[in-house]
Design a protein around this ligand. Structure first.
Ligand code: PLP
Length: 423
């Protein structure tokens, strides 16, 4: 039988684009730390008839009839998440991470309240108080920064700033921070200054479930996670919180910000949580961190400068401007041509611009999902070094691209089956 037969009939153009994207995802080293490969099971749930159903409200409290099944699906997702994180309340309806943060803030803050999150150029997320985002305009944002020497969190400074500005909320959890986060220190500072504590574990949720990083949810007041990063689920998010904020969080999502939940996504979140509870997932999380450390060592050997000097998690922030004499964007473009897909990124105290920063950001979650281990990471480090040293030499980049593709072909991709392409 042909692959994607309904699409072939209805919309061959989109079918071709999907297959071409599958080939890209299969043949390249995907190194963007927020990306991953979702499983066939996640895709089956995402592509199911659950997408047809409207179910504004929450299980047993819906506005429309016909919720016999959707109530069960949503309850399963909620119960699995509650058990895994040991948290009182979970809302699985946010459309993605950014609206989840918006809803959580709406539940516990008033416009004009003061919030403290890590500044974006230091590794924080847009929705943690960046100027041009809702979080920086609706609230009084007083960002904290990393320590200029260690490039790590500086709890003395964070505490000082909190004592000074008396925030209603402190946010921890980042997009480009390669180290462990000491949640208990944030809790202590929040308690001292009378702030609520919001943990955004979007990037590291898989590492938390796998036991590699500590879980903030027993101590955070509220928090969110995306479900499509290290958790390997569908594009979506969850809000997790203490019982006392449960009602406010639910109201902030519906009717505050959203209408009907995406039930197919909810089902796929339940599937991803089930997959993450399996014993193999612990090994996955361990290997993600091991791979990042081995890659870090290899790149240090090649003379790259790593922000903070290394990594404790799934990502590396690499300063290439001073250590290799190339701008981040030129480095990421050269790597892409050579079959290694990453993104350019600001480094702390960057002297260059956000659009043309000094660094690149590399993550191991996707390649670890394909079963790559230490040996492949060493090869990757050598290829990265060669590609960046020959960024203007298309012949070298093309040769590396071929070598990368050959390696990728012996590592299966969850969710992608190349044997179907020619059918
Ligand atoms: C990815 C991310 C988000 C936002 O998620 P989207 O689904 O892209 O809106 C929020 N917070 C952090 C820390 C993230 O890494």
């Amino acid at each position: 039988m042909t692959y994607l037969p309904a699409l072939e009939k209805t919309d061959p153009e989109i079918r071709d684009l999907i297959i071409t994207e599958e080939k890209r995802e299969f043949n390249k080293m995907r190194l963007i730390p927020s990306e991953n490969y979702a499983s066939h099971a996640v895709f089956e749930a995402t592509g199911s008839c659950l997408t047809n159903k409207y179910s504004e409200g929450y299980p047993k409290k819906r506005y429309y009839e016909g919720q016999q099944i959707t109530d069960l699906v949503e309850t399963l997702a909620i119960e699995r998440a509650k058990k895994i994180f040991g948290v009182d309340h979970v809302n699985v309806q946010p459309y993605s991470g950014s609206p989840a943060n918006q809803a959580a803030y709406r539940a516990i803050l008033k416009p004009g309240d003061t919030i403290m999150g890590l500044s974006l150029p230091h590794g924080g997320h847009l929705t943690h108080g960046w100027k041009v985002n809702f979080s920086g305009s609706l609230y009084n944002s007083v960002p904290y920064e990393l320590n200029p020497e260690t490039e790590m969190l500086d709890f003395d400074k964070i505490r000082e700033l909190a004592l000074e500005c008396k925030p209603q909320l402190i946010i921890a959890g980042y997009t480009a921070y390669p180290r462990l986060i000491d949640w208990t220190k944030f809790r202590e500072i929040c308690d001292e200054v009378g702030a609520k504590f919001h943990a955004d574990t979007s990037h590291i949720t898989g590492l938390i479930i796998g036991g590699e990083h500590p879980n903030p949810f027993p101590i955070a007041d509220t928090g969110i996670t995306t479900t499509h990063k290290t958790l390997r689920g569908p594009r979506g998010a969850m809000i997790l919180c203490k019982e006392e904020y449960a009602e406010a969080v639910n109201k902030a999502i519906m009717p505050g910000l959203q209408g009907g939940p995406h039930n197919s996504t909810t089902a796929a979140i339940a599937v991803a949580l089930k997959e993450a509870e399996a014993p193999e997932f612990k090994l996955y999380a361990q290997q993600v961190v091991k791979n990042a450390k081995v890659l870090a060592d290899k790149l240090l050997e090649h003379g790259f400068r790593l922000v903070t000097g290394g990594t404790d998690n799934h990502l590396l922030l690499i300063e290439v401007f001073e250590s290799k004499g190339i701008l981040g964007r030129d480095a990421s473009k050269a790597l892409d041509k050579a079959g290694m897909v990453c993104n350019c990124n600001m480094v702390p105290f960057d002297k260059n611009t956000p659009f043309n920063p000094s660094g690149i950001r590399i993550g191991t979650p996707s390649m670890t999902s394909r079963g790559m281990k230490e040996d492949e990471m060493k090869k990757l480090g050598d290829w990265m070094n060669e590609a960046i040293a020959h960024a203007d030499d298309d012949a070298t980049l093309k040769r590396i691209e071929g070598e990368v593709q050959e390696l990728c072909q012996s590592f299966p991709c969850p969710g992608i089956d190349p044997s179907k392409w020619n059918r």
